[in-house]
Design a protein around this ligand. Structure first.
Ligand SMILES: NC(=O)C1=CN([C@@H]2O[C@H](COP(=O)(O)OP(=O)(O)OC[C@H]3O[C@@H](n4cnc5c(N)ncnc54)[C@H](OP(=O)(O)O)[C@@H]3O)[C@@H](O)[C@H]2O)C=CC1
Ligand SMILES: O=C1CO[C@H](CO)[C@@H](O)[C@@H]1O
Length: 391
């Protein structure tokens, strides 16, 4: 049995608490660890790190006790924990602009690094972090959770089985209404920094790094992007109840064209009301069939079931379009997507198993966001010119 000690920074945030601490690390501890390909078991010991003593204590003593029947360690002395030789992995899920200092310290100490996306707010800073990890010779990884969403796994299986024929186009619809907080009964359900560019917020920075690896995995690299971003709601209320001006895009619309010539169009908005199957839906149209994936489910329509509509607005629509789609059954059980990637990273660190989702790959996500920002600001196509991570 190998035991890996993980310093978890940013664990008091939304992602840190729910996805990484509770649904990944505590779940791994509860199941007795992770089995490597060699058969060896890998167990983990977290140390929760941050600046808010009360939140850390609650997570370490109350939440951990509820989940695994034991307490875990915590500390507000970030420097001391990062230099503690017992620590094997430093994880960061703090807000994006805080990430660099944690990654830098961890790399200097020779710890393995795992962190949330985007790894930085621009390509030069992202490259510095990737290079730091590489020159320190440490194992490193970036969260690319959407790859293990059940709906995306189903799309991948359809592609691998040749269901689509030739893939023609992709359409992604992402977003939902995020309350501004002006109505005290309906507080904002996302952190205020998301809507301030100076604090690392913005739809393109948030989401284009997901679309970059998702499309790359399904269809191959993206060649170029045409994007348009807007600030739809100019004022929101922050966590302290104070109004603040929104300085970051809360909606972004993009056309990505892959190197293989497939057109992928994504609409992303925090100011839209959902009338679709899920908060994210991805439709792939192919010569033989189409599929629409939500976060978990996936619906398909083959050529034989494809309706033959005729335009006539003078009569009620005679076709029930939804009835022509079949929901794919679950043929396996799907674990939490973040936990799946955590297990792969732990196996990488403890047993040297492959883990391609490095900070270098994280640079590519930031590059797509940056290209989107340039496209939107200059109202033009931006060609990515190959992966910046391979330069
Ligand atoms: N992979 C995915 O699906 C998603 C990834 N993300 C990414 O995860 C990261 C966190 O997002 P989210 O959880 O929504 O954000 P939150 O605002 O909920 O959490 C932010 C975390 O960062 C900490 N933090 C903020 N500022 C500082 C600072 N100056 N010094 C030290 N700690 C600080 C906070 O600590 P404190 O509690 O003390 O304030 C908190 O732990 C972002 O990079 C975001 O892009 C976000 C959403 C989804
Ligand atoms: O950064 C993000 C913004 O929120 C989305 C969902 O609410 C996440 O999936 C994403 O990673």
């Amino acid at each position: 049995m190998t035991n890996l000690t993980i310093a978890m920074h940013g664990v008091t945030g939304r992602m840190g608490t729910h996805q990484h601490f509770v649904r990944s690390i505590l779940a791994i501890m509860r199941q007795g660890g992770v089995r490597a390909a060699s058969g060896e078991m890998i167990q983990v010991t977290p140390i929760l790190l941050g600046r808010d003593e009360a939140k850390l204590r609650h997570l370490a003593e109350v939440v951990a006790d509820e989940e695994i029947g034991a307490q875990v360690a915590w500390s507000t002395d970030v420097d001391a924990v990062l230099t503690d030789p017992q620590v094997d992995i430093v994880f960061d899920a703090s807000s994006t602009q805080v990430r660099a200092s944690i990654v830098r310290q961890a790399a200097q100490q020779g710890r393995a690094v795992y962190c949330e996306k985007p790894i930085a707010v621009d390509v030069p800073q992202a490259m510095v972090l990737a290079e730091l990890c590489e020159s320190a010779g440490i194992k490193n990884g970036v969260v690319q959770d959407k790859l293990w969403l059940p709906g995306v796994c189903k799309l991948r299986a359809l592609r691998d089985g040749g269901f689509f024929g030739d893939i023609l186009s992709v359409r992604g619809e992402f977003g939902y209404w995020v309350f501004t907080g002006h109505d005290p009964d309906r507080p904002a359900q996302r952190p205020s920094w998301n809507y301030r560019r100076e604090d690392g917020g913005g739809m393109m920075l948030d989401m284009f790094c997901h679309w970059q690896y998702l499309l790359g995995d399904l269809l191959g690299p993206i060649d170029r992007v045409l994007a348009h971003a807007t600030i739809d709601l100019p004022e929101r209320i922050d966590e302290a109840g104070n109004p603040y001006p929104c300085t970051a895009d809360d909606s972004a619309y993009a056309i990505f064209v892959t190197e293989s010539g497939i057109t992928c169009q994504f609409n992303c908005s925090w100011a839209t009301r959902v009338r679709r199957d899920d908060l994210l839906t991805i439709q792939i149209d192919g010569t033989k069939g189409s599929a629409v994936a939500g976060l978990r489910d996936c619906w398909v329509q083959e050529m034989a079931a494809t309706p033959r509509p005729v335009w006539n607005p003078d009569i009620p629509q005679p076709i029930d379009f939804r009835s022509g789609w079949q929901k794919l059954p679950d043929t396996t059980t799907y674990d939490n997507a973040f936990k799946v990637q955590w297990e792969l990273f732990l196996r990488h660190v403890a047993a040297d198993e492959p883990f391609p989702w490095t900070l270098r790959r994280g640079v590519d996500g930031v590059a797509l966001a940056e290209a989107g920002q340039t496209s939107s600001a200059e109202q033009r196509w931006v060609t990515l010119g190959g992966s910046p991570s391979s330069i």
